[in-house]
Design a protein around this ligand. Structure first.
Ligand SMILES: NC(=O)c1ccc[n+]([C@@H]2O[C@H](COP(=O)([O-])OP(=O)(O)OC[C@H]3O[C@@H](n4cnc5c(N)ncnc54)[C@H](OP(=O)(O)O)[C@@H]3O)[C@@H](O)[C@H]2O)c1
Length: 411
């Protein structure tokens, strides 16, 4: 048994014996003390979990389908390992396509390599694995070097894929992955966005080089606008003044139009390639769906235009061929596309999720100015996470699917 757990148990026993003593000796003052004490005990469920050292979480013990997801009430509470770590009580957490892919084993070669390196500092094993890459929550504890946040702060943020995830009562992340929560959102609304924000802003801003002051009137194509990534990307681009074209299936056309998209192509009933070819060239194409390399030709020539895809073969190649051969293969395929673009003065780029406090802070302010709103497909209680996984796996979610840890049917 761990020393920390023993200390917590001893602390609990001491508190209980204090209560017993006061009950037997000072009946009146005891009532006040007991009220205060019980308030403290009720204070947060999360604090009790942390003291006990165990929590509730969804885990997988091997890769596979949703049947691998298991509910456990005795999962070890994650520990602060680094000085910039933060222990968070999760109020709500969203589901992302990456959760489904990671459940199947996607990315395991690269993710395990990094996890194993981390073992030098603290033992972590692949299984049982907790999925969930973002959350809204309350800080319970901070590492020694955390300067910008303190316990009790309400935050939103992401959890790196190398760590145990947020589909749990408590999770540990780093100061660089979070910001204060937007003040005008509920916990559920806030939890829907951090992973999406970090991915889209990496793709459009860091890789695509779009900023608030250079985006106005730029022509942007968002390929796949009705899901979690697309609904946020459309709003960000519209808030910065871009002219946005997007694609989706028939039942989502009204919804993506309501987010401000200027041109919506229904890929179920229209010939997307033909429709796009009839339009003027683009300054930036964000490929969310994958397999749309034909659209590279829709970029303006010699205009610093960029094709940015978030559907990269990077992790899959490492899984399929091993890390070094996979990296070589990925490098070769990226180089071939980049070279193809050179001859027409167009740029081909890959983008992947990157955590960023700054991006979260920028979007927090935009949300508070009502420039962006969360788009929620559905909400499930924590205990219903298996149903939420089934729902996201069906595809065609309209925005995000979120777990509400505070809903009443939470056991
Ligand atoms: N590189 C990274 O770091 C990174 C990070 C996050 C996400 N991603 C990837 O980004 C993708 C999108 O994520 P998401 O959360 O937005 O997923 P999502 O909510 O499922 O949205 C998928 C989008 O693709 C569209 N789509 C589905 N099938 C299509 C088809 N046959 N033809 C054209 N469009 C189609 C959907 O349109 P309809 O539903 O209207 O049919 C929807 O707009 C995922 O594959 C995910 O793995 C990558």
């Amino acid at each position: 048994m761990e020393a920390g757990l023993l200390t917590n148990m001893a602390r609990n026993l001491l508190l209980q014996s204090q209560i017993k003593y006061l009950c037997s000796s000072h009946p009146k003052s005891n009532i006040t003390f007991l009220k205060q004490t019980s308030k403290r005990w009720q204070h947060t469920r999360a604090e009790r979990r942390e003291l006990k050292g165990v929590m509730k979480a969804w885990q997988i013990r091997r890769y596979g389908g949703n049947e691998e997801l298991t509910w456990s009430e005795s999962v070890r509470v994650p520990r602060i390992l680094h000085p910039d770590d933060i222990l968070v009580s999760v109020n709500a957490a969203s589901l992302n396509m990456l959760d489904i892919r990671m459940r199947e084993g996607y990315g395991r070669a690269m993710i395990n390599a990094v996890r194993n390196k981390e073992r030098l500092h603290a033992p972590q094993s692949e299984f049982p694995l907790i999925l969930g890459r973002d959350f809204s929550g309350t800080i319970l504890k901070t590492g020694m070097k955390v300067k910008r946040f303190k316990s009790g702060d309400k935050i939103w943020g992401t959890v790196s894929p190398f760590r145990q995830g947020s589909h749990a009562e408590l999770t540990v992340t780093s100061e660089s992955h979070i910001s204060k929560i937007p003040t005008n959102l509920t916990d559920v609304e806030a939890a829907s966005l951090p992973y999406v924000v970090s991915t889209v802003m990496t793709a459009l801003c860091d890789v695509g080089e779009l900023k608030e002051n250079n985006t106005a009137s730029k022509r942007v194509l968002i390929y796949g606008g009705s899901g979690g990534i697309g609904t946020f990307a459309i709003q960000l681009m519209k808030a910065w003044g871009a002219i946005v074209t997007t694609t989706c299936s028939t039942d989502a056309v009204t919804m993506v139009s309501s987010l401000g998209a200027d041109h919506v192509i229904d890929y179920k009933t229209q010939n997307v390639q033909q429709e796009l070819m009839n339009m003027k060239g683009y300054d930036l194409i964000l490929d969310i769906h994958g397999g749309v390399d034909f659209s590279f030709d829709l970029l303006k020539k010699w205009n610093n235009s960029k094709f940015v895809t978030i559907k990269t073969p990077f992790l899959q190649n490492a899984d399929d061929y091993g890390i070094v051969p996979g990296l070589l293969r990925s490098g070769a395929s990226l180089t071939a596309n980049v070279l193809q673009g050179f001859k027409d003065g167009r740029s081909y780029r890959w983008a992947m999720f990157k955590p960023s406090s700054n991006h979260l802070l920028t979007v927090k302010k935009m949300i508070e100015r009502d420039e962006i709103r969360p788009v929620l497909d559905s909400e499930f209680s924590f205990k219903e996470a298996d149903k939420a996984y089934n729902k996201i796996e069906e595809g065609h979610a309209r925005g995000k699917i979120v777990l509400n840890m505070q809903r009443e049917d939470h056991p």
